[in-house]
Write a protein of this length. Structure first.
Length: 430
């Protein structure tokens, strides 16, 4: 049985894709069993061999005591019998699922797959993707027969970048298999490292669907908050004060308005709407929520320019400081950051923009979005937008902000972290 062979180190696990999801999984398992960590990017492998997480999520101590070999060589994967695929599943320019990374990783596994091997997919996909897209590819490339000669499962990742409390081992894990035997074996393997316990889904499709609705549910709830923010802004009511009051009821769901980006919440709902359309169903609520959240960057920029123009007649002479470029607080991840939408819209109005972020890589920002991060803050500014609530920004105070702004400057606090702390500047929040 595969579980016994892994525990007794008769075979190895291989984790394909060592990003925000794959590396923590690989290291955690490497404390219990032998692991091969595989990534196609040799430069990332070189860093991991030195005990450095290229994503800046894990400290060097996380590599200590791990039985793991990092590689970008295909042949090294032949030593494994249990493969975990944890690669990104983005969307394309038309907001359709982009399965190229997933199918490429699947083909890689297919080239080394042997009889009695297991393949578990962790990448977030639409229900049916594993069985309809991945398994046929595995069979074709390997020449092996599904279920008879190799087993497949799906166990969706639930890692939350930047969250030091809800870490991999502390989050319950959903697992599934292609038959009763594989479901049991896969669950036992994950139970080696998941302290919070394992939930065995009834099928691969159920596990896929469970994951996709986790992020879609959050997206819809945040969209509702964003729409409320637009309504209350017209009424002259502070949204955060409304939510604080409503939150005194025990069953009120505590979501907040904001920019919705990143590689999960801003992406995964499109996988579900894509698949639902294949069945002839137009997902009205999901699509509506996506429309609201995708438009928030432009909305913020328009509100800021309206307020700027009321105090400073010539927008083209205005200079605004945007604080934060990552998709969420205290991470270096800039993927699908909606802060870029704010910046681009401000520039469309002719506003000069300086962008700073203590966590983001200047090279990655330049390559992904085409603008530069400022090395230093150089005022005076006509406006400040605190777009991401990094810890470094939360600690700042109004005297500092006044020291880098002109009289009448606008202070846009997108996360509401300075509510009640700003009195002299023209304060506005979602």
């Amino acid at each position: 049985m595969i579980y016994s062979d892994l525990v007794n180190k008769k075979t190895k696990m291989a984790v394909i894709g060592l990003g925000y999801v794959g590396l923590p999984i690989a290291l955690e398992f490497a404390r219990k069993i032998s692991v091969i960590g595989f990534d196609i990017k040799a430069d990332r492998i070189k860093l991991m061999k030195q005990g450095i997480d290229p994503s800046n999520e894990l400290p060097s101590e996380a590599f200590n005591g791990c039985n793991i070999r990092f590689t970008s060589e295909l042949e090294d994967l032949r030593e494994a019998s249990f493969y975990v695929v944890a690669v990104p599943t983005p969307i394309d320019a038309h907001k359709k699922p982009d399965l190229k990374p997933l199918l490429s990783a699947t083909e890689t596994v297919g080239k080394v797959l042997s009889e009695k091997n297991y393949v578990v997919f962790e990448s977030t996909v639409y229900p049916g993707c594993t069985e309809e897209d991945c398994i046929p590819l595995l069979s074709r490339v390997s020449g092996l027969t599904y279920i008879e000669q190799f087993k497949v499962g799906f166990s969706p990742e639930r890692i939350n970048p930047g969250d030091k409390k809800h870490t991999l081992t502390r989050i319950a894990k959903v697992t599934s298999g292609c038959d009763e035997e594989s479901a049991g074996e896969i669950a036992r393997v994950y139970e080696l490292v998941i302290d919070a316990g394992v939930y065995r889904a009834s099928s691969i499709k159920v596990a896929e669907a469970a994951k996709i609705i986790e992020n879609t549910q959050r997206d819809i709830n945040i969209a509702f908050m964003n729409e409320l923010s637009m309504i209350f802004n017209k009424m002259g009511i502070n949204t955060y004060e409304v939510l604080e009051a409503a939150g005194t009821k025990w069953n009120f769901l505590k979501f907040f308005p904001g920019l919705v980006g990143g590689h999960c919440i801003g992406v995964d709902p499109y996988y579900l709407t894509y698949k639902s359309a294949k069945f002839g169903h137009h997902a009205q609520i999901i699509n509506s929520g996506r429309g609201i959240n995708d438009g928030m960057g432009s909305y913020v920029a328009r509100q800021v320019t309206l307020k700027l123009s009321s105090n400073f007649p010539n927008l083209k002479e205005c200079k605004v400081l945007v604080m934060g470029a990552t998709f969420k607080e205290n991470v270096s991840d800039i993927r699908n950051s909606k802060v870029a939408d704010v910046i681009n819209e401000l520039k469309e109005f002719g506003v000069k923009v300086d962008v700073v972020d203590p966590h983001a890589s200047p090279d990655e920002v330049r390559q992904e979005y085409g603008f530069e991060l400022a090395g230093t803050i150089q005022g005076p500014y006509h406006g400040i937008i605190v777009a991401v609530n990094h810890d470094e920004y939360v600690q700042m105070d109004e005297p500092y902000f006044k020291s880098i702004t002109l009289p009448g400057a606008i202070f846009a606090d997108l996360k509401g972290i300075f509510r009640g702390r700003i009195s002299s500047l023209n304060y506005w929040s979602l």
